[in-house]
Write a protein that binds this ligand. Structure first.
Ligand SMILES: Nc1nc2c(c(=O)[nH]1)N[C@H]1C(S)=C(S)[C@@H](COP(=O)(O)OP(=O)(O)OC[C@H]3O[C@@H](n4cnc5c(N)ncnc54)[C@H](O)[C@@H]3O)O[C@H]1N2
Ligand code: MOO
Length: 388
């Protein structure tokens, strides 16, 4: 049995052999860069107008309009003192432009342009290189690509980016009592639901569970399933059958497949029988079958590991310390992750904390971490991991 901190340290200390791939920019959201992105040219790459209006040469209140430049025009026009050209947002400003005046502050009389006020030098001009200079590092390796990041990389003219590959994940659920939703249910059976919760939690954070299979509580079948799925996985997630019952075959089946145990059992509630192991550069999490245990363990242990494997710098759920909105006593002798709701900068620990109960996890948005046998008074600060 290890502590929560020990388990987290074992997970985060794994030496990872990172793989990278070239992906189309459009598919790169949520991936982490496997190389620095360097600006191949200045952004903006030419001085351009920030407004629809007039490019002006010299400081005055009256100008002669001598032409027009639209966005995308490539011509090289040069202005003389007292001249103005009609210009539009994003269009290249002519040489010798002193300033741009937005059209709302101008009056046109024939070819004369009359301003409400004199322009300030340089106003409404976006200068070449003011955002990024050629050769500058735009994003460092390990940057996780956001929508704005995709936009900026696109503006550098790149159509593909080299990113760290995301882990290949497969999921095995076990248990004789479990049947697929949609099928008729007999007394003593329950619907299999953990695979839905875990695979969608993967998706929530940009990971894909390649396959989900279900195996009955039969040692040989579980052993065979692990062998097959381990071959095609970077991370194999099992769910159920990891405790100490006569039909809990997962740990032994992992051993027989040559998986080395990195830890088994964490002093926590829920999720005590959590298992983590490895075979070569493949990793296995065996999550306890109780629905709230498996999903909590996914969030606290599996997610940061998947993110680490994907080359992310910041891993794990967002964590905040917030005041609790009511008195609370954790009666458990184990440190606990409690289903909670963060609202208006306060934390409410929800009813229905049993490891088998998903409703509180489904309507809540956080896991509140509380030490064993601890009392909280309303207003005391409590650590919250945000799950949504
Ligand atoms: N004698 C002991 N018994 C148990 C201990 C213990 O220390 N000593 N630990 C308890 C704790 S804590 C947990 S958590 C569970 C975990 O057990 P398993 O990982 O072996 O899970 P199962 O027994 O297979 O299932 C537990 C529970 O969850 C339901 N389940 C399982 N898989 C699914 C699924 N895919 N979808 C929906 N529900 C699922 C299953 O029907 C059981 O009700 O062990 C305690 N026992
Ligand atoms: O640790 Mo178990 O997950 O309490 O039910």
């Amino acid at each position: 049995m290890v502590t929560i901190e020990e388990a987290q340290t074992i997970i985060s200390n794994q030496n990872i052999e990172f793989e990278s791939e070239l992906v189309p920019l459009n598919d790169s959201l949520g991936y982490s860069l496997a190389e620095d992105i360097i600006a191949p040219f200045n952004i903006p790459s030419f001085d351009n107008s920030a407004m629809d209006g007039y490019a002006l040469c010299g400081i005055s209140k009256e100008y002669e309009i001598v032409g027009e430049i639209a966005a995308g025009d490539t011509g090289n026009i040069s202005l003389n003192n007292g001249h103005a050209v009609r210009i539009f947002t994003g269009a290249k400003v002519p040489e010798n432009t002193t300033a741009v005046m937005m059209q709302e502050k101008t009056n046109v009389e024939g070819s004369k342009l009359i301003l409400d006020q004199e322009p300030a030098e340089g106003q409404c001009i976006r200068r070449k290189g003011e955002e990024l200079q050629e050769g500058q590092i735009v994003f460092e390796k390990n940057y996780t690509i956001s929508p704005a990041g995709i936009g900026l990389i696109g503006s550098l003219g790149k159509e593909k980016v080299r990113v760290f590959s995301k882990p290949k994940i497969n999921l095995i659920t076990t248990g004789n009592e479990l049947i697929e939703p949609g099928k008729p249910k007999q007394e003593g059976q329950i619907y299999e639901s953990n695979s839905y919760a875990i695979s969608s939690a993967c998706e929530q954070f940009g990971f894909l569970c390649q396959t989900r299979i279900h195996i009955k509580d039969a040692f040989e079948a579980i052993k065979k399933g692990i062998k097959e799925k381990l071959e095609v996985s970077d991370v194999l997630i099992l769910c159920g059958g990891i405790s100490v019952g006569d039909y809990d075959f997962v740990k032994e089946a992992l051993e027989e497949n040559g998986v080395e145990e990195l830890f088994y059992k964490v002093y926590q509630k829920p999720g005590k029988p959590l298992y983590f192991g490895k075979k070569g550069n493949k990793y296995v999490f065996a999550l306890p079958g109780n629905p709230a245990s498996s999903l909590s363990c996914f969030y606290i242990y599996v997610l940061p590991f998947l993110q680490k494997l994907s080359g992310m710098k910041e891993v794990g759920l967002d964590k905040f310390s917030l005041p609790i909105s009511h008195d609370f006593e954790n009666k458990s002798d184990r440190p606990s992750f409690l289903k909670a709701q963060v609202f208006n900068n306060q934390v409410e620990v929800l009813n229905g904390q049993s490891s088998s109960m998903l409703h509180s996890l489904a309507v809540g948005n956080a896991l509140a971490y509380i030490d064993a046998e601890t009392r909280f008074k309303k207003g005391d600060e409590i650590s919250c991991y945000m799950i949504f």
